[in-house]
Design a protein around this ligand. Sequence first.
Ligand code: PEP
Ligand code: MG
Length: 883
Amino acid sequence: GKWVYSFGGGKSEGKSDMRNLLGGKGANLAEMANLGLPVPPGFTIPTSVCTYYYDNKNSYPKELKAQVEKALDAVGKITKKTFGDNKNPLLVSVRSGARASMPGMMDTVLNLGLNDVTVEALAELAGDKRFAYDSYRRFITMYSDVVLGFDHHHFEEILDTYKDNKGYSLDTDLDGDDWVHLVGKYKEAVARETGSDFPQDPHAQLWGAIGAVFSSWMNQRAITYRRLHDIPESWGTAVNVQAMVFGNMGDTSATGVAFTRNPSTGESKLYGEFLINAQGEDVVAGIRTPQDITEEARIESGSDKASMESAMPEAFKELTRIYKQLEKHYRDMQDLEFTVEQNKLWMLQTRNGKRTAKASIRIAVELANEGVISQKDAITRIDPAALDQLLHPTIDPSAERDVIATGLPASPGAASGEIVFSSDEAAKLQADGKKVILVRIETSPEDIHGMHASEGILTTRGGMTSHAAVVARGMGKPCVSGTGAIRVDYGRGTMTIGGRVFKAGDIITIDGSTGQVLAGRMPMIEPELSGEFATLMSWADKVRKLKVRVNGDTPEDARTAIKYGAEGVGLCRTEHMFFEETRIRTVREMILAEDEQARRAALAKLLPMQRADFVELFEIMHGLPVTIRLLDPPLHEFLPHTQGEIEEVARVMNADPRKLADRARELSEFNPMLGFRGVRLAIAYPEIAEMQARALFEAAIEAAKRTGDAVALEVMVPLIVGKVEFDLIKARIDATAEAVLKETGGKLNYSVGTMIELPRACLLAGEIAETAEFFSFGTNDLTQTTFGISRDDAASFLGTYIAKGILEIDPFISVDRSGVGELVKIGVARGRKTRPNIKVGICGEHGGDPASVAFCHQIGLDYVSCSPYRVPIARLAAAQAAL
Ligand code: PEP
Ligand code: MG
């Protein structure tokens, strides 16, 4: 078998598409050598040897040894040195390199091949004792750490004590004799602590390092990292052995790292750092302050240390030529490592660079404009979920995090503020100019004003579609829900996690994009929408087939959504319009009404309020389709629950508290989500639906008058199980329309359709489509009812299901294709069979989830509808699905 792949001297046995075999680093080194770039020669022991090693009780294929020897000879020929030679020794680096970059594994051993004899030869050849012994002590440190398992802090202690005694402050203050002395001390420490002398045989050193790389594949940190990032154990790692080049050979030598474009802003400028007379980790380790690479960057940073451009003009020119070539070749921004040895540049690594969401957009758009990639490439390169970062403040990634608990990432963005445990308190503090985080066990309509007043919402119960989550998303506020580890004690005004207690007034931060809850105030990065963002979205719009609408209940939602490119309202939850304080009182009057007449009186008061809201919404949407859903929530949600609340409300309403309590009890349900809600309300109290329909039609006529554009109104009935319910309500709606038309003499453009959000409705969709003019799949309720898992109570056990691999992902986040998705497909097929051009969309939370959007595209829906801030995500995901 072939177990070794050589590179260097202008050619190599591997190339960049052999990543699976050679690992990322090995494949790119081979590719750079093939391109004729200055890469120190070397060889890669491929991942297949790692697999062999673990399949064969930690042993190597028998041909490996001879192949390594041969490859070492080849490297020696190119460098004109010999591994293990006492006069002219070849020194090597040994690095791990899996397919995916994997922190937690053995990383690097430099200067391997040095021992008490070869170090003298190196000093002689370089004419520099300091350099040789500095290299030797680095080797002893790294090798002891990663191969012998002897922690490097032992050496740091020895070094620090020595520097203190001598009055040195920097490592570079030490001369050759200092390092000779320290190397002696280091070796003594190794012998004392490990019971054997530091290995002197270069071949033994090499096999020790190779073995350390392979065994680090199975260390605990690597296993954990693989689990967190879904990297299969079977991939294995490769080992790269490469001739050393020295950045620590005095002032004409250096080592550095660079990005071909700025990784945080995306600006097309070489960005990086280097250190003169340094090796390997020195740059990232922060021992000395690194220097800027370009003169422009130096001027900007105000540094008084020379840039690479001015200190090493030749090497800089070469780096500039190479980085441009590499970027063109790989068609992406590169992350480079290089070393300069006596003014000659050597490339040690190239790979696609990590970047922020903002930078990723700018880079993709600019690469497309430069003709390096196509517009389609640009679209597919952006992770739609990462757009969240652009639309909301995010926690500064460089800040240290004290994570106290993790809940569900219910509504993206991050916010800091004082803890408050009640909505009234939140409103009060906000009025005083304070920033607060509302912490509740769960939220209800009573909390809307508190949620409005808060920077963010944290709940300990409830899932991704709980009240808190849905409302917060609509408001564009961060929310972490279902944080079960937190105990809230309203009485004491505390929340407790493990042993830690937080009181009202303590500052916390929540990150609704990750679900993290953190102690203290965190530095934030504010979002800003760039020109490149708009360009990318316009490219996406050209290719996507799905339309994107918004789930929005307020004029503010509608305006945000229009700004983000929504093409209509897919769901207006009218109950959210009743949550405002003055209105909720009238709603309660309506609920408490003894008979139809009293109920109609209360409804008559609500009508003008609804009408005014609708007029504003229609005006903003300016002729785009608007789907308005009839009242959906269980009525008890509008009633107070505790004795104190009941008395307070009774006083304000001038009602009998006992009667109020009775009615609240009467309406209270064991399973409100499966109870008296949706169309069931309209069936029992058709006058509610009539009032809403009247408000809608009157508003549509009014808005059309003001804007000059007819309102494309879609009236939607929620939670039906079949055609009969739908027809009963549709008859009322049509009759109301007719009445309004007669009274006003205006014109209307409306259709009546239904939510399909129960399994029975999916199955009977063919029949329902006989009268329903459009379908909107409510995948929140459809998921709840298909799984038989309560939307509000799922958080307590879904986590376990995911941890145990029973479910891959929370089905309330990403649509369950095989179950819920199948029901949607059935519903679409049966509906279209009856009414071939019936409009079908989805308005569950899944409408903003990229994987679910892809599914909606596949099954041929007409549109997805999602919360305002997810509209751009859906647009991009829809474009990617279409490519
Ligand atoms: C749904 O059930 O998917 C839906 C959109 O309605 P709601 O979340 O209001 O029940
Ligand atoms: Mg629903």
